[in-house]
Write a protein that binds this ligand. Structure first.
Ligand code: CA
Length: 233
């Protein structure tokens, strides 16, 4: 099998080394750049299966690189994982809004990073397929988009239209982080008027309706929410 290609753009040599070492050990074909301009050129040349992108970079910053990847037809399918420092929560939210797929915060464990990389590549492969799955099934939870219904261990769960849209959006992208702004956008369809624009309230209501051992929706502090990713862990 052809090795999956990853481009890392990171200006801190120590972090670059940790990233590179762990990803190579996982069998990825890794190349890197230490600044933004060279990094973007490398992405265009290699057309990798995934990009790991530091936000604070000389030359061209991470958000701008992400904007250019996601803004053009040629590269926008490539998943981008942002590498962020403490205190960059607002940049993370911007990054997710312009199409970044995920982020890892420094200091991160190599194991977590590898799990996130694998999950992002797997999701990218899934969205290549025609359409999206109509049914999500996980640990007793069944979300049926066609029927607009949710059951948990066989019991019908009554959700509002907004709650259904939120849960369905999150569940269709396990492990992917969504900001509150993004979720608000998904929740507002043409036919739905959201009375309460506070996403946290809707998420709390969904959680209440899905009692049990498993917390399906995880809170990502300072950023938003994500659906649990069992395979990626
Ligand atoms: Ca940096």
């Amino acid at each position: 099998m052809l090795k999956k290609k990853i481009v890392i753009i990171e200006d801190e040599p120590d972090i670059l080394e940790v990233l590179s070492y762990n990803l190579k050990r996982e069998g990825f074909d890794v190349s890197h750049a230490l600044d933004g301009i060279k990094g973007l050129a490398l992405i265009e040349k290699v057309e990798p299966d995934l990009v790991i992108l530091d936000l604070m970079l000389p030359g061209l910053d991470g958000l701008e690189i992400c904007r250019r990847i996601k803004g053009g037809e040629k590269l926008k399918h490539i998943p981008v994982i942002m590498v962020t420092a403490k205190g960059e929560e607002s940049d993370i939210v911007i990054g997710l809004g312009i199409g970044a797929d995920d982020y890892v915060a420094k200091p991160f464990s190599p194991r977590e990073l590898v799990a996130r990389v694998n999950a992002a590549i797997r999701r990218a492969g899934m969205s290549d397929k025609q359409g999206r799955p109509d049914i999500v099934e996980l640990e007793g939870l069944i979300i049926d988009e066609q029927k607009f219904s949710v059951t948990y261990h066989g019991n019908l769960i009554k959700l509002t239209a907004t709650e259904f849209r939120l849960l369905n959006q999150l569940a269709n992208h396990p492990g992917r982080v969504f900001s509150r702004e993004q979720l608000l956008n998904y929740a507002s369809g043409n036919d739905v008027v959201i009375v309460d624009r506070n996403i946290d309230v809707h998420i709390r209501a969904i959680r209440k309706k899905l009692p049990g051992e498993i917390q399906f929706i995880e809170t990502v502090r300072g950023i938003g929410y994500r659906f649990i990713d069992v395979v990626g862990q």
